[in-house]
Ligand binder design. Sequence first.
Ligand SMILES: [Zn+2]
Length: 384
Amino acid sequence: MRGSQVSVASNLRVTQMRVGEPIDLIKVVSSPICFLVLFLGSDLGFSDGAFVFGAQRQDSSGLKETPGGNSNQLIPQESKQLKPPIRLISKDQRTSFDGNRSFDYLKDICKIGPRPSASKGMGKQKKYIQTHFESIGGQFLQQEFIAKSPYSGKNVKLHNLLIRWHPERTRRILICCHHDTRPFADADKRNPRAKFIGANDGGSGVALLCELGHHMESLDGVFGIDFVFFDGEEFVIQRPRDQMFLGSTFFAEQYSRGIPKWRYECAVLVDMVADKDLQIPLEGNSLHFARGLTEEIWDVAREIGVKEFVPEEFKFIRDDHLPLNEIAKIPTCDIIDFNFPNPTAGNIYWHTREDKIENCSAESLGKVGAVVLAWLHRKQRTEK
Ligand SMILES: [Zn+2]
């Protein structure tokens, strides 16, 4: 994500974070022809142009169901060690979000190493995500699209991952994050070509959803929940040449064309939510596009005593929620702590080697997860 210059009047105090790009949307290299289906049984190289496709039925939704059978069959030998341990949930844990378990997922994800789009690390993480969610009852689908590699300029295939809960429910809520990490630690003053782990920026959203998944099957109510992991949020080496938000833009374009068939009433994006020093101010674009939803979430945080959701000051962040709001017209709120490590020090860990597990905490994941889960419970209770 990226901070942006803003001139929206408000009775709240506006923090101008940085002069970013104009707010017009990113054009993604995509078309219905490019909208391909990824075949999970295939042997994927995750390098430019090296893809093999098998046969699978296709419908107009563009989102494909995993072929039936044991998902273990799809895990190649080399990634078996990355298979997530099944972390069981006890009865009394069913309504409480477990920050420690979420942090364990974060550790697993960081152990994979860097996970930029179309990389081996991302391939491993994808298998981790699939195995994890299938083991706890989620339906795994993925959406493939074409983007230009910032390394080679050639077309590569990227993937949004979708986990569906209660697919029979027609009213749906989307919870999302990005699953790619920055190609390099390019804001690192000493070594801008260093490996970037992205524990907070990239990893934290995935880890939060891994834990949240444990609570979805038992979530009674009118809404079905979908998790989406966007690819290509920051498949960027050089700005402004390389575009951001590729996966969310593609997803939003397909959705706005009536693909898939289901509809979302609202969406919540989580990004950079594991910072040890958690401070989540209201986000300006979320208020602009989805004020009711955003206030609802901060109300829930107040009710359950999560003071880190700061209600007064807000910033405008460019993130995956923009395509969802602007193209898909899904009211979407971004929950993001953009001061990493904290407002006093500024955002000095962002896109540097300091974005590592040691600067993240289970407590922060637990607090954000608790708010999202409590908000979902409230939605299910109040909208019958
Ligand atoms: Zn980032």
